[in-house]
Design a protein around this ligand. Structure first.
Ligand code: 5GP
Length: 113
């Protein structure tokens, strides 16, 4: 799989404001935040997009969701946050390393754009 900017963030080749890290995942502030709290949660394993995940990835996918809840709690937004995964260019995906957007800190309307 092609290396992305997120691989460089994982390897610390380029800096990011990291809010959580362990051996399986990394969470850091989005460089172009769409809400007062905008965190990207990524697996260290390279999966280009959610549609490319397979059964071997089910543990890491569940793990990322649990971490999202923990990070929201840590950041004081556990009562109102939104998780978003863009899959494919047509859905707005620009970085092809799976990531969960955690958005909070403002009113989040529905349906999303
Ligand atoms: P996507 O559009 O693929 O769902 O989301 C990619 C996100 O990555 C965007 O919100 C964009 O602002 C963020 N992003 C792109 N490059 C960088 C970077 O170098 N550092 C950080 N922290 N975020 C980035």
């Amino acid at each position: 799989m092609q290396e992305t900017i997120f691989d460089k963030i994982i390897s610390k080749e380029i800096p990011a404001e990291i809010v959580y890290e362990d051996d399986q995942c990394l969470a850091f502030k989005d460089v172009n935040p769409q809400a007062p709290v905008h965190i990207l949660i990524i697996p260290k394993k390279s999966i280009a997009k959610i549609a490319d995940a397979d059964v071997q990835d089910q543990n890491i996918l569940g793990y990322l969701m649990l971490k999202a809840g923990e990070i929201a709690d840590e950041l004081g937004v556990k009562d109102a946050f939104r998780l978003v995964i863009n899959n494919g260019e047509g859905a707005g995906q620009t970085v092809f390393h799976l990531h969960i957007h955690l958005l909070a800190g403002r009113a989040l309307t529905w349906p999303p754009g």
